[in-house]
Ligand binder design. Structure first.
Ligand SMILES: CC(C)(COP(=O)(O)OP(=O)(O)OC[C@H]1O[C@@H](n2cnc3c(N)ncnc32)[C@H](O)[C@@H]1OP(=O)(O)O)[C@@H](O)C(=O)NCCC(=O)NCCS
Length: 343
């Protein structure tokens, strides 16, 4: 009997990867990285260290499956991807990511992978696939035409920006450093777990992110952020080789703004994550002040860091303006694609 996660189209096979076998997982990630990186000049957010940790059979969350696509005989590898059916929130959706090696494109491999993840999603009662396509500026991503041909649509457009942490850039940052904190707020920086007295208000503000920032038109549940969830998030990041760095604005004992970076020592790259300033504290340059403090913390703790990358919704002009003022340059567009599954 064939594996319930496999699809055997006449010319293509799509099989789940054995997550108990580190060599198979490493080979899968090589193919995935190669296929995803074809035609784009910027690194993937997921690196081999993180993939090893997140997809490992003992640690991966249920519902996370890696796939390898091959020819019908199972010999020539043609593409790779993964799907994640989250437990808890968003039980209606599945996140997917896959790519086909350039030499095997336009032969139905992408369609076969989509069929495999679509079957798995339906089996779990999910009705929405969410994925991303990356397009360097001035190029046209094949993934967009592919997704549209499959009946999908763009649910969010984001601009990827990058800043090199080289000497000229850093000199400019330090010379333009804000000297005082707006409205006498304290700026607190930490790495990993938040200071215990700030944990509850940090979790509360983090829970407002989906309400305050543009998050696209795909239907998503609002994530509820408790202290426990914040601590689990930090531990998960650490287990996948990422150090979390936070700069927060504190009024009394309340966090009223924060910005987060994830640093991957394996690649030297830092990934700018969420930034949020509570509405009553906006308009005083706080976002810039926070990002500046966090970049300073990154540079002081991890001098080997070579660049910071971030994604900002293209309609989020205030955040884009802050990043541009900090010297970040747009390099890529990322489209979030949503595909509703029929029965
Ligand atoms: C998108 C991608 C997965 C498509 O894989 P593929 O195996 O070439 O796609 P298929 O051969 O199954 O194409 C299915 C249909 O999609 C459309 N399509 C695919 N690539 C296209 C392109 N470059 N231009 C226009 N239409 C395209 C066509 O309608 C095609 O049907 P047809 O060949 O009968 O005309 C591949 O280009 C890729 O790996 N891109 C980078 C990663 C990515 O964007 N992934 C998106 C999924 S999250």
């Amino acid at each position: 009997m064939r594996d319930p996660g496999s699809v055997h189209a006449p010319e293509h096979r799509v099989d789940p990867v054995d997550a108990h076998d580190p060599a198979k997982l490493a080979r899968w990630f090589d193919v995935y990285e190669q296929a995803m990186s074809a035609g784009v000049g910027w690194p993937l957010p997921m690196d081999a260290t993180q993939a090893r940790a997140e997809f490992d059979a003992d640690r991966r969350p249920p519902g996370l499956i890696a796939y390898l696509a091959t020819d019908a005989a199972g010999r020539a590898v043609t593409g790779a991807g993964w799907m994640f059916a989250p437990a808890g929130e968003n039980q209606h959706a599945v996140e997917v990511s896959f790519a086909v090696l350039p030499a095997h494109r336009r032969r139905g491999v992408g369609r076969a992978i989509l069929a495999a993840v679509g079957d798995q999603a339906r089996l779990r009662g999910r009705r929405l696939l969410l994925g991303h396509v990356h397009e360097d500026l001035g190029t046209e991503a094949p993934g967009l035409a592919f997704a549209r041909a499959a009946g999908g649509s763009v649910s969010m457009r984001e601009t990827r920006l990058a800043a090199p942490l080289d000497d000229p850039w850093l000199d400019e940052q330090w010379s333009a450093a804000p000297t005082s904190n707006p409205a006498g707020l304290q700026i607190r920086c930490w790495q990993g777990e938040p200071p215990p007295h700030l944990l509850v208000s940090y979790a509360r503000l983090r829970g407002r992110f989906q309400l305050e920032a543009p998050v696209g038109s795909a239907p998503r549940d609002r994530l509820s952020w408790s202290s426990g969830r914040v601590l689990r998030h930090v531990q998960q990041r650490r287990a996948s080789g990422r150090q979390e760095l936070v700069a927060a604005a504190v009024d009394g004992d309340q966090v009223v703004g924060y910005t987060e970076l994830e640093y991957a020592a394996s690649t030297g790259l830092a990934w700018q994550q969420q930034t949020l300033v509570a509405p009553a504290y906006r308009g005083h340059g706080l976002a810039r002040r926070l990002k500046h403090a966090n970049l300073a913390q990154l540079h002081a703790s991890w001098p080997a860091a070579t660049a910071v990358h971030t994604w900002v919704a293209t309609i989020n002009q205030p955040m884009l303006a802050v990043d541009r003022a900090l010297g970040f340059e747009p390099v890529q567009i990322r489209y979030e694609l949503a595909l509703r599954l029929g029965s």
